[in-house]
Design a protein around this ligand. Structure first.
Ligand code: N01
Length: 539
C-alpha cells in the first residue's frame, strides 16, 4: 500500500499489543489490505490479558464456544475447547495456535514496551518509541492494549518492608506459586479474587481474605464442555450463532428476557431466580428479568434473592453479615460468576476480614495490620484490580496535534468519538477504547467489530488517497454526552466501580464504556460509515 505523504514511513501501521485485538488487527491489515505492520508487545509471548493473568483459577466468564475469533470458518471447526468456560492456559494456547496458524509472529516484536507515540504534523506520521530503543514511523497507530491491563497495587505503607512474597493477579509469575503450608492473604474480592480465593484456600495452610466491598456472585456451574452440544448445535450453526451474538446487547448468542420482575407473581419470580441459579452463569443477569438492570425495585428482588442464597450457604452468622452486599445493587459492579466462592468461607482455614470497618493501616515485615488486629503472612496476593480503560494509555506518552498529550486531553475523563478515535489525534485508532461497548460485552465480539470497522475505514482512506482522518471535536462531544446519557438510568451509576474509575484515588468519576449494547453500537458505527464516515475530518 503506498503511503500518501512525500516521505515514506517505516510501516503502514504500528499496532500496540498482541492479544486478541493486536493479533486480529495484524492478520486483517496484512492479509486483506496488504499493509506493512509492526506489532510491539511488552510480553515475551502473545496473549495479552491471558499472557499476564495466570493466577490460580483464572478463566473467562464467556462460554468457550464464543470466546474466540469468528473470522476463520476452518479455525472454528478445528478448535476444540475442553471446558464450558475456557481456562487461562487453554485460551493462551488458542492464541498461540492462532499466531502460528496465520504466521503472525514474524511481524511481532516481543519483550518491547512502547514508551511514546507522537504525531508528527509535518509528515502526518506517527513516531513510535520503545523501551528497547526502537524509533519508527507509521501512517496509522492502532492500540490493542486491553481495557484492563494496567495493574493497581494500592499504595499501602510498608509494602517494601514485607519479608514474604507478594503478587498482583494481573502480573502473575510464570512459575507455579506454592501455597502449600503457607499463611496467605488475598486483598480484593472482584472477579480475580472470587476466582482465586477458592483455589488458594484448598492449598494454603491458612487464608485470610481482606474484603472492602461484599459481592453478588452467581455459581458458574463450570464443567467439561458438552461435546454433543458443540458437535450438533454449535459447529453446524456457527454463522447464525455469530450473527446473533453480533447484534445482541452483550455479544452472546442468547435471548435476553423481556419480562419485568415486577409483573409476575412472587412465586413465579422466585421460580425464575431459582432456575437460573441452578443453571448458573451469566444467564442470571440477562435471562431472568429485563428490568433488573434498570429499575431499582425490580433489581431489589434479584439482589435480595442472592443475599438469601448467601445466608443459606454460609454457616457462620458473623461471616454471613460481612458477606452480604447491601451498599450497591446487583449488576452495578461487574457481574461475577464463581465456583464455590461462598462455600469457601465454611472452611476451617479461611477467615474473612472486613476492611471497610477495620481498614488496613500498614503492611509490616511480617504481615498486615488493620485498625483492630495484626496478622502474619508468608504471601500476600493483591487482587486489587486495574486502572481500567485509561491506565494502559497513560503508561505511554501519547501526543497528538500541537503536542497535546492524551493525558491532558483526558484529564477530566476519556473523550472519544465512538470509542475509536480522539479529536486531535489523527490516524490513531483504539481497539475497544473508552466510549465503546468493550468490557460490557463478550470481548472477542467487540474486538472483531472494531477490527473490521477500522480496516474498512483505512481501506476507504487509502482508496481516496486521504492522508489523515481525525474525529471532529463536535462529533466527539456529542458521542461523550450520548455515552453518559445511556449510562445514567442504569444500575451502573449506583456503585463505586472501576467502570466509573472509582477504584483509583483521584481518577475522574466518569462512566467509561458504552452501555447501549454491542448490536446498537454496531448499527451506529455502520451508519457513520454509510454516511461517508461522518464525524471525521479528512486531511
Ligand atoms: O478487579 P476489581 P479484578 N484496598 O477492580 C478491592 C475482568 N476479569 O481484577 O470493590 C482494599 O473488579 C476492590 O474493592 P472495591 C473483569 O472485567 C474478568 O477482580 O473497590 N481493597 C475489589 O474487591 C473484572 O471486573 C475475569 O471496594 C481494594 C478488588 O480489590 C476486571 O477484570 C476474571 C483496594 C478489585 O476488584 C477486574 O477484576 C478476572 C484497596 N486499596 C478479571 N483497591 C473473568 O472473565 C481495590 N480493592 C472471569
Amino acid at each position: 500500500m503506498a503511503a500518501n505523504s512525500d516521505i515514506t514511513p517505516d510501516f503502514d501501521a504500528v499496532v500496540i499489543g498482541a492479544g486478541f485485538a493486536g493479533l486480529g488487527m495484524l492478520r486483517r491489515l496484512r492479509e486483506e489490505l496488504g499493509m506493512s505492520i509492526q506489532v510491539y508487545e511488552a510480553g515475551a509471548g502473545v496473549g495479552g490479558t491471558w499472557y499476564w493473568n495466570r493466577y490460580p483459577g483464572a478463566r473467562c466468564d464467556s462460554e468457550s464456544y464464543v470466546y474466540c475469533f469468528s473470522f476463520s470458518k476452518e479455525l472454528l471447526q478445528d478448535w476444540n475447547w475442553s471446558g464450558k468456560y475456557p481456562e487461562q492456559p487453554e485460551i493462551l494456547s488458542y492464541l498461540n495456535h492462532v499466531a502460528d496458524r496465520f504466521d503472525l509472529r514474524r511481524n511481532i516484536q516481543f519483550n518491547t514496551r512502547v514508551t511514546s507515540a507522537k504525531f508528527l504534523e509535518d509528515t502526518n506520521h506517527w513516531q513510535i518509541e520503545t523501551d528497547q530503543g526502537d524509533r519508527v514511523t507509521a501512517r496509522f497507530l492502532i492500540t490493542g492494549i486491553g481495557c484492563i491491563s494496567a495493574g493497581n497495587v494500592p499504595e499501602i505503607t510498608g509494602l517494601d518492608s514485607f519479608e514474604g512474597d507478594w503478587y498482583h493477579t494481573g502480573s502473575w509469575p510464570h512459575e507455579e506459586v506454592d501455597f502449600d503450608g503457607k499463611r496467605v492473604a488475598v486483598i480484593g474480592t472482584g472477579s480475580s479474587g472470587v476466582q482465586a480465593i477458592p483455589v488458594i484456600a484448598e492449598q494454603a495452610k491458612r487464608l485470610t481474605v481482606f474484603q472492602r466491598t461484599p459481592q453478588y456472585t452467581i455459581p458458574a456451574r463450570h464443567e467439561t464442555v458438552d461435546r454433543r452440544f458443540i458437535e450438533e448445535e454449535v459447529k453446524p450453526n456457527y454463522d447464525d450463532i455469530w450473527e446473533k451474538a453480533r447484534w445482541s446487547k452483550s455479544g452472546f448468542p442468547v435471548d435476553a428476557s423481556e419480562r419485568s420482575a415486577l409483573e409476575v407473581t412472587a412465586e413465579e419470580r422466585l421460580e425464575t431466580y431459582e432456575a437460573f441459579w441452578a443453571k448458573g452463569g451469566a444467564g442470571f443477569t440477562y435471562g431472568t428479568f429485563e428490568d433488573i438492570r434498570t429499575d431499582r425495585r425490580a433489581n431489589d428482588t434479584a439482589s435480595e434473592f442472592i443475599r438469601s442464597k448467601i445466608r443459606e450457604i454460609v454457616k457462620d452468622p458473623e461471616t454471613v453479615e460481612r458477606l452480604l452486599p447491601t451498599d450497591h445493587p446487583f449488576g452495578s459492579k461487574r457481574a461475577l460468576i464463581d465456583t464455590n466462592y461462598f462455600e469457601t468461607y465454611n472452611r476451617e482455614n479461611v477467615e474473612l476480614v472486613d476492611i471497610r470497618h477495620s481498614p488496613i493501616q500498614e503492611i509490616t515485615p511480617k504481615g498486615i495490620r488493620t485498625e483492630d488486629e495484626e496478622f502474619e503472612f508468608d504471601i500476600i496476593v493483591f487482587a486489587t484490580g486495574f486502572d481500567a480503560m485509561t491506565g494502559s494509555f497513560f503508561r505511554m506518552d501519547i501526543r497528538g496535534r500541537n503536542d497535546l498529550t492524551l493525558k491532558e486531553k483526558w484529564s477530566e475523563g476519556p473523550k472519544t468519538y465512538l470509542g475509536l478515535q480522539v479529536a486531535g489525534f489523527p490516524n490513531m485508532f483504539m481497539i475497544t477504547g473508552p466510549g465503546s461497548p468493550s468490557v460490557l460485552s463478550n470481548m472477542p465480539v467487540a474486538i472483531e467489530q472494531h477490527i473490521e470497522w477500522v480496516s474498512d475505514f483505512i481501506e476507504f482512506l487509502s482508496e481516496r488517497s486521504i492522508k489523515t482522518a481525525e474525529a471532529d471535536l463536535d462529533a466527539e462531544t456529542v458521542w461523550v454526552s450520548h455515552v453518559n446519557e445511556i449510562a445514567e438510568p442504569t444500575m451502573f451509576m449506583l456503585a463505586n466501580s472501576w467502570y466509573l474509575g472509582a477504584n483509583i484515588p483521584g481518577k475522574p468519576r466518569v462512566f467509561m464504556p458504552y452501555a447501549g449494547g454491542i448490536g446498537t453500537y454496531r448499527e451506529k458505527c455502520n451508519e457513520v460509515a454509510d454516511n461517508g464516515y461522518e464525524g471525521f475530518i479528512f486531511g
